[in-house]
Design a binder for this molecule. Structure first.
Ligand code: ADP
Length: 280
C-alpha cells in the first residue's frame, strides 16, 4: 500500500461497512458507529460521518477534513480509516468509545487524578507539536474536539477548520462560527491564525481540562472578551491546577504572539510537570 497515493489508499467500499446507531450530530450530518471489515478480514469499530444536504460545494467542504487527515499519522490524533467517495459520501474514522473529552470530564469529575489531567494535556501538546512541524494550524483546539480512546489516551480531532500554512504566513478566516472565548487577540481582531494562536487556544484548552470542562469566560459575553484581554485580564487559576502549570498556561496567553512558547518546548515542560506530579 505504500506506493499508492493517499487518495487511493483511503478509498473504501460501502459493502465493507455495517452501520450502527447514532453517536451524535456533526456539522454536516449524523455521525454513526459501525464496523468496518478490512482487506485482511479484520473487523474495526468505526465512526461514520455522513453529509445531509451534500451539494457539490458542501461536499467539497465536508471532504476537506478527510483530505487533511489523510496526511496525518500520530498516536494522539484521530485516525482516518477511509472515505466512501460514491454518493452518499461517508468519512470513516477509528471509533473512540468514551466520546468527547468535555463530557467525559463532567462524568468523571471526582475520579480523575491531577496526573491523568496532566497526561491528557501532554498528549494533546505532543499532537500539536507534530502539527507545528508540518506547518499546520488547527484553529479549533477545545475539549469538545478531543475524543477519549481509553481512560489513559485522548485524541485530537475535528480538522474541519485546519489549514496548512507556509512559514510566516497566516490563514485569514472568513467563517462566522468562530469560538471567540478560545481565541487569541489577533484572531479576534484580525482573523489571524498561526501556530502561535494555536498555542493560545491550547492554553485555554488546558484551562478547560483543569476546570471540569467549564466554558472559559462563562461569566462574560463574547463581545466583552476582547476588551478584557486587551486590558490584560486572563482566565484565573483553576482550583485543581498546580502553580507551575498555571504559569505555563499563562505563558501561552502573552499578548504578543512571538512571545508565546513553541509546542515542542511546551511538550517538554508538560512532560516534566507530569513526571514531578507522578512522583509525589
Ligand atoms: P463535526 O466536526 O462535523 O461537527 P463532530 O466531529 O463534532 O462533527 O462529531 C459529532 C459527534 O460525533 C461528536 O460529538 C462525537 O460525540 C461523535 N464522534 C465523532 N467522531 C467520533 C469518533 N471517531 N469516535 C467516537 N465518537 C465520535
Amino acid at each position: 500500500k505504500a506506493s499508492m497515493s493517499p487518495n487511493e489508499k483511503f478509498k473504501i467500499s460501502r459493502d465493507d461497512i455495517i452501520v450502527g446507531g447514532i453517536l451524535g450530530e456533526g456539522f454536516f450530518g449524523e455521525v454513526h458507529s459501525g464496523v468496518y471489515k478490512t482487506q485482511t478480514g479484520e473487523k474495526l469499530s468505526v465512526a461514520i460521518k455522513t453529509c445531509k444536504n451534500c451539494s457539490a460545494d458542501v461536499m467539497e467542504k465536508f471532504l476537506s477534513e478527510a483530505g487533511v487527515m489523510k496526511n496525518l499519522d500520530h498516536p494522539h490524533i484521530v485516525r482516518l480509516i477511509g472515505v466512501v467517495e460514491v454518493d452518499p459520501v461517508w468519512i470513516v474514522m477509528e471509533l473512540y468509545q468514551l466520546g468527547e473529552l468535555g463530557n467525559y470530564l463532567l462524568e468523571q469529575q471526582y475520579t480523575l487524578a491531577t496526573t491523568t489531567l496532566l497526561l491528557y494535556c501532554l498528549q494533546i501538546c505532543k499532537a500539536l507539536a507534530y502539527l507545528e512541524g508540518l506547518n499546520m494550524v488547527h484553529r479549533d483546539i477545545a475539549v469538545r474536539n478531543i475524543l477519549v480512546a481509553t481512560p489513559q489516551c485522548v485524541k485530537l480531532g475535528d480538522f474541519g477548520l485546519s489549514r496548512y500554512i507556509e512559514e510566516e504566513e497566516y490563514y485569514t478566516a472568513s467563517a462566522s462560527r468562530l469560538p471567540i472565548k478560545w481565541m487569541a487577540p489577533e484572531s479576534i481582531n484580525f482573523r489571524r491564525f498561526t501556530t502561535a494562536s494555536d498555542v493560545w487556544m491550547f492554553g485555554v484548552c488546558v484551562w478547560e481540562i483543569f476546570s471540569t470542562a467549564q466554558q472559559p469566560f462563562f461569566w462574560l459575553d463574547n463581545c466583552q472578551v476582547i476588551d478584557q484581554l486587551e486590558s490584560g485580564v486572563r482566565l484565573p487559576k483553576p482550583q485543581l491546577c498546580p502553580p507551575t502549570l498555571y504559569s505555563l498556561m499563562s505563558s501561552c496567553w502573552s499578548y504578543e504572539p512571538n512571545s508565546r512558547p513553541k509546542f515542542s518546548h511546551l511538550a517538554c515542560s508538560f512532560s516534566e510537570i507530569h513526571r514531578m506530579e507522578s512522583e509525589q
